[in-house]
Design a protein around this ligand. Structure first.
Ligand SMILES: Cc1cc2nc3c(=O)[nH]c(=O)nc-3n(C[C@H](O)[C@H](O)[C@H](O)COP(=O)(O)OP(=O)(O)OC[C@H]3O[C@@H](n4cnc5c(N)ncnc54)[C@H](O)[C@@H]3O)c2cc1C
Length: 384
């Protein structure tokens, strides 16, 4: 009897459980559109009054997050892309973006030591990360993500507009074709200039930001493409001691015939058995121009290589204006009246952009960028 009752209760319990499971199953099915269950359960929180919102998960945004985390200041980081790192990307040991740093990059060398990252010199003055530049991104990500990374670091969120309402900023992000609105008292825009100028509302913020906005609107942009090929495929004619300068010179002549752009600079470099050609040019949408580079490569190497431009689109161009000559810090003289050197900031809106550093040709761009981030984050901390 006892046993029967026990069985009966158990069966009822079992049936009940089945119904709950079935409902749970149906409910799960209905939320398939959410990228993860985790994200659905967490539910977006719209007021981030206690957090700093960082927009942009390239090296400057990640480093800003790292600086805040060290000081126990809570933050949320948003990136429009489905990966972090921005203009740094190592894929299958190929460097698609930044990878080369200088002996005089003391800040970056110290950071590498702090993060236990091995570096190696490939000539007297230049070094790179032994495991590829993306190791810096991976390490910073590892250090900044909390126990619920989905909550702290958001991918696929593109900032489209910003405005100030009372004491807070209202940020509109596009995520999966939906607008999501967040409020925060403190915002860091860690975006390259081309991305920055697409954001609506910068012109309605304070006078400092407005002046930046206007420079962004009527400036020219410099952009870059990286192509690579194995060193042993280089035509024998170029296999001479000074092939670096020879390849640069020939490439440049060829590139200028292909398409007339204001300025073209080609830089050749070798790393881990690969030849890298980096093409910088002044054009906002240089895809058509870059497609022609395939012919150029054909001139230099024995085989034909298929050139993909997929990696170009997220790379942030540098900004410049006018006609005075300036050295952009990586050996590229451009003509510009004005290259913004430092950014003013409002009390809580900080703008970090690689378009605004152009001071020291002895230092790599990322070295200068990270120094700027640290200085700005220190000022930021004092403000909080
Ligand atoms: C081909 C190439 C080679 C280079 N080589 C070197 C080198 O050897 N050494 C060196 O020091 N520097 C080099 N640089 C420059 C260096 O890579 C950049 O200065 C640096 O990576 C910029 O970092 P960032 O975080 O400011 O911007 P980014 O790396 O551009 O990151 C910005 C991030 O913001 C995201 N984003 C953009 N718009 C939005 C939006 N509206 N909402 C949300 N997120 C958004 C992007 O997805 C991206 O992840 C090179 C650059 C290129 C293109």
């Amino acid at each position: 009897m006892r046993q029967g009752k026990f069985l009966k209760i158990n069966r009822r319990f079992f049936l009940g459980q089945s119904v709950v499971s079935a409902l749970a199953f149906l409910w799960l099915g209905s939320i398939q559109s959410c990228s993860t269950l985790d994200e659905y359960l967490i539910e977006d929180q719209f007021d981030f009054d206690q957090d700093v919102i960082i927009v942009g998960g390239g090296i400057s945004g990640l480093f800003a997050a790292y600086e805040l985390k060290k000081n126990k200041i809570p933050f949320k980081l948003f990136d429009s892309n489905s990966r972090f790192g921005g203009q740094i990307q190592t894929l299958d040991q190929v460097e698609w973006g930044a990878y080369q740093f200088k002996k005089t990059d003391h800040f970056l060398i110290k950071l590498a030591e702090e993060l236990n990252l091995e570096i190696e010199y490939h000539n007297k003055t230049n070094w790179s990360f032994k495991k590829g530049a993306s190791i810096l991104v991976a390490e910073l990500l590892d250090l900044i993500q909390g126990i619920m990374p989905q909550r702290q670091l958001k991918q696929g969120y593109k900032l489209t507009s910003i405005r100030k309402i009372g004491y807070r900023y209202q940020l509109v992000f596009n995520n999966n074709e939906r607008d999501r609105i967040y409020f925060a008292k403190k915002v860091v825009l860690a975006l390259p200039s081309a991305a920055l100028r697409q954001i609506k509302g910068l012109d309605s913020l304070n006078a400092d930001v407005q002046s930046i906005y206007h420079v962004l609107q009527d400036s020219k942009y410099l952009t870059a493409l990286r192509v690579y090929f194995p060193i042993d495929r280089i035509r024998s004619a170029y296999k001479i001691q000074n092939r670096k300068s020879m390849i640069e010179k020939i490439s440049l002549q060829h590139a200028q015939q292909l398409n007339k752009t204001d300025t073209v600079k080609i830089m050749y470099d070798e790393l881990n058995g690969l030849s890298y050609l980096t093409v910088y040019c002044v054009e906002e949408h240089p895809i058509r121009y870059f497609e022609n580079i395939q012919n150029l490569i054909g001139n230099l190497v024995d085989d034909k290589f298929v050139l993909t431009t997929d990696h170009v689109k997220d790379w942030g161009p540098l900004i410049f204006k006018g006609s005075e000559s300036q050295n952009l810090g990586f050996g590229f003289e451009i003509k510009a009246d004005q290259v913004l050197k430092a950014l003013p900031s409002s009390s809580f809106l900080q703008i970090i952009s690689d378009g605004f550093i152009a001071e020291d040709s002895e230092k790599s761009q990322i070295e200068q960028l990270l120094r700027m981030v640290r200085a700005q984050m220190s000022a930021f901390k004092a403000d909080i």
